[in-house]
Design a protein around this ligand. Sequence first.
Ligand code: HEM
Length: 394
Amino acid sequence: MELNPFSYQFHENPYPTYRWLRDSAPLYYNEKLNFYALSRFRDVLAASHDWETYSSVEGTQVERLDPNMFDLTPMVIFLDPPRHDRLRKLVSRAFTPRRVGDLEPFIRTTAVRLLDELAAHGGGDFVKEFSAPLPMEVIFTLLGVPQGDRQQLRAWMDLSLERDHDSPQIPARAIEAMAHSIQYWFNLLSELRRRPNEGLICALIDAEVETDNGDTTKLSDGEIVGFCSLLGAAGNETVTKLLANAVVLFARDRGEYGKILARPDRIPNAVEEVLRYTSPSQYQGRTVTREVEWYGQTVPKGSRILLLTAAANRDDREFSDPDRFQIDRDVPIALGFGQGIHFCLGASLARLECRVALEEFGRRFPRYAVDEHSCRRVHMSNVHGYESVPFTAK
Ligand code: HEM
């Protein structure tokens, strides 16, 4: 067996490979692609908290991104402290549970508008018509992206994450799409400097950040664009996947669906279980800053190592009957949002969007079926989920 994050078959069902890794190769080395991987819950958790040893500065995917990108548009997800902490502090205020809570009416109105349309047609494509547009409207409204630009921008972001079967090379179409979106953000930024709006980008233009010697300075255009790209991509991609995974799981298991229909107050816990059971973000890549030892083997300094959160979330050393989807399960540590200093900045927003979406979906579609043969998966290096989920009301 091998772990090949670029295999399209692997994307269909990675869980048998993860079981083999946990049981037979808890420290795994892939010679061809030159990376290590940890898969047991306690190991992944410990490494996630140790940013000094497990650094993010060389990227968090298996494939190496263009190092120029890190300089041109620095992003918190690819930074270690102290710069990580300074930049994260600037935007974290916008994502506290209280601030995010203010968005609930907007999220609900948007969800209702999209779902009423689907209900009128007796179903449709859950991803294309609901779980993609909902988070897109939320994050782009928050950032202040003009309505007319949103579809194109999201299409570029999707494309920039696409990978070819069995190849660690980033495809030309992904590189082009990434360049288009970065150019778009720079253009929008200069437009907003001339004509500000109420969005978060304008708050970042005005924000002040501390320098190494204790002075304060404004963010550079590259730093603001880094935030835009990261928040745009993180805000769009993952919620889309989690919601579609939820709807496929509930179509398979009417018993579990019945539980949230009967008691919508169980939805927040159900969201945690979907996150555990099929994590949209499958792993976090790191580079080790010193030689480390796991299970009697040495991982040399400078090695790439994957923290396989999706494998850890099915570890039977941590969870009883981990391959069963149980919405009442107690999931005390949400490893699907990462842990440690890079813990998902948008976790409160994601939880809110998912809760509201499932509440409104349940109201309109108490009985529905998913045509699983027609579902299509995305093929992205560390994002797991569907690009198309056809469903019909019953
Ligand atoms: C179900 C939805 C989501 C999932 C599963 C998810 C997952 C994750 C994970 C696993 C990380 C840690 C990355 C690492 O350690 O390298 C992360 C970080 C991050 N997420 Fe999310 N995310 C979700 C939604 C969102 C949303 C809606 C936003 C938008 C605000 C967002 C913004 C971020 C940011 C900015 C970071 C980087 C934080 C840092 O490096 O300090 N995420 N997310």
